[in-house]
Design a protein around this ligand. Structure first.
Ligand SMILES: [Zn+2]
Length: 528
């Protein structure tokens, strides 16, 4: 059979390509992170123990900014030899593939990135980790890449009167001599290093009603600077538990034990750190933090955190899913109209962006931050939306649920998602993913109609530039005076004859329900 063979080749192509230049060497299983945050000044002291499963006889390679002064390196508790080429620490272990070893690196210094130590908008001292995409190694000795997920313990020592937050559950708090505190957090699920964070400062924490109790109750809290607590609770986070309810119902159980929404000094509008989402303090200061950002970041707990892109070039598996999550929330609160407004605003962003000259799956980009663009956010959300329109709600959501179930606490490539959706839809969707993810642009349709007798002739021409390629749009609906006609758009020109049309149409609306990302012109053809 020619078709399945072609599809098999395709699945091994860009959908499965790993374009990140650095691949995990060994499997980091667990990080035990101890950090001392001083009462003043930017110098921190850390000791990071990592348990590894070795995949070869190569040395363990740990990413760590070269500016830190390393005072000790051990393997299984014994002093070890090590080398330091640039921002890496290489530790030979003398063990075989399959062995488990534990390394510990003890170091101190002033982080220049990744851990932001300073004062917040109110002049109070704060410390926030801000890792995306590979900035964790500027403070955390780790294998700093999305393809290697691990569990973690955090021991954060702070000054008296300050609180600490990290991923997962607060296990205990020790009071140390002089009133200093040591906060122990633990996350039992494997998460990517880019979401391993901590925060230190004076915070007000408010517990909202638990979410998703129909499945398993998820405690939800809002953690802010004390000055911003009222705004956060009454404003953007008012319905935060309901957002967790929605995605739990649509996609599957919330992946973690709890969720905190944390005000922070992140450089991003929001950063989806597992169990502890960070939002920029600027949006609290200006009171402009929208609920759609809360929905987007919350959706990331499922897509990005629990199911992580194995390679940065497949980041649409994280960002497009979160962006479509915001549209699903808009649909939940505002119905089809609410969703349509959200998708329209996403489409407007695509139409005005030069990013669309590159495909969503852009394996050529070397600058990781450049991967956060209009393609991986609104355009990718449109890929999911069109897929839903194409295969229907039932297949779409059962596919999403299966994809989450299968790759939860693990990593995935686009090929994995394609495989799951093909199965859920019972059809080969390779053509759809190929045009949506590997072609630039979108279809620009010129719809020309002519009425003659009771025959309506419609020519749909794809006017987009050659470099964007042609798009297939099966089942595109034309609403003719309120009556729907389905057209299979395929090739540069699609010619359709609709018989038994009683009178000259007064209106023809292309894709009235808005399932396709397309710009259209409808015109009456001149009689020959
Ligand atoms: Zn995002």
């Amino acid at each position: 059979m020619l078709l399945p063979l072609l599809f098999a080749l395709q699945a091994q192509g860009p959908f499965a390509a790993r374009a990140d230049t650095v691949r995990p060497r060994h499997d980091a299983l667990h990080y035990d992170i101890s950090i001392t945050v001083p009462d003043s000044g930017p110098k921190v002291a850390l000791s990071v123990e990592t348990r590894w499963r070795l995949t070869s006889r190569e040395p363990v390679r740990v990413d760590l900014d070269s500016l830190f002064r390393i005072s000790a390196v051990t393997v299984n508790g014994k002093p070890a030899k090590w080398e330091r080429p640039g921002d890496r620490v290489l530790i030979p272990t003398g063990r075989k593939p399959g062995d488990t070893v534990t390394t510990r690196i003890t170091y101190e210094g002033v982080p220049t990135d990744g851990l932001i130590i300073g004062v917040n908008v109110y002049g109070a001292r704060t410390v926030f980790a801000d890792n995306w995409p590979d900035r964790a190694h500027h403070w955390l000795a780790s294998q700093d890449m999305p393809g290697d997920k691990a569990t973690a313990d955090f021991h954060v020592e702070t000054g008296a009167g300050l609180s600490a937050i990290a991923n997962g559950d607060l296990v205990k708090v020790d009071v140390l001599p002089g009133g200093r505190m040591r906060w122990h957090f633990r996350i039992a699920e494997r998460i990517p290093v880019y979401t391993m964070v901590l925060a230190v400062g004076r915070f007000a924490a408010v517990r909202l009603p638990d979410a998703a109790c129909a499945i398993k109750c998820v405690p939800v809290s809002v953690v802010t600077y004390p000055e911003d607590s009222a705004f956060a609770i009454d404003g953007p986070f008012r319905r935060a538990p309901e957002i967790v309810d929605l995605f739990s119902t649509l996609i599957g159980p919330f992946p973690y034990e709890r969720l905190a929404h944390v005000e922070s000094s992140t450089i991003f509008g929001g950063m989806e750190n597992a169990t502890a989402i960070f939002y920029t303090e600027k949006a609290y200061e200006t009171k402009t933090l929208p609920e759609r950002t809360v929905a987007h970041e919350t959706a990331h707990q499922w897509f990005g955190d629990a199911v992580t892109e194995d390679d940065w070039h497949h980041v649409w598996l994280s960002e497009s899913f979160a962006t479509y999550g915001a549209a699903l929330w808009a649909e939940h609160i505002g119905g089809v109209k609410g969703r349509a407004e959200e998708m329209k605003s996403d489409a407007q962003e695509v139409f005005k962006s030069p990013d669309t000259e590159r495909p969503i799956l852009d394996l050529r980009t070397a600058d990781l931050k450049a991967l956060l663009n209009t393609n991986t956010y609104p355009k990718g959300a449109w890929v999911l939306h069109s897929l839903r329109g194409l295969i229907g709600d039932s297949a779409f959501f059962s596919g999403l649920r299966e994809y989450y179930r299968k790759y939860r606490d693990s990593t995935a490539l686009t090929a994995d998602f394609v495989r799951v959706m093909n199965k859920a839809a019972g059809q080969d969707l390779g053509w759809f993913f190929t045009q949506s993810l590997t072609q630039p642009g979108y279809p620009l349709l010129q719809v020309t109609w002519k009425y003659d007798g009771n025959l309506l002739t419609v020519d749909i021409e794809q006017l987009q530039k050659e470099s964007w390629g042609l798009y297939r749009m099966p089942g595109l609906v034309l609403l003719i005076d309120g009556w729907p006609a389905k057209v299979n758009v395929d090739g540069r020109t699609t010619h359709v004859v609709i018989p038994h049309v009683a009178e000259v149409p007064r209106s023809i609306v292309v894709d009235p329900d808005g399932w396709w990302l397309t710009r259209t012109i409808v015109r009456e053809g001149k009689a020959q």
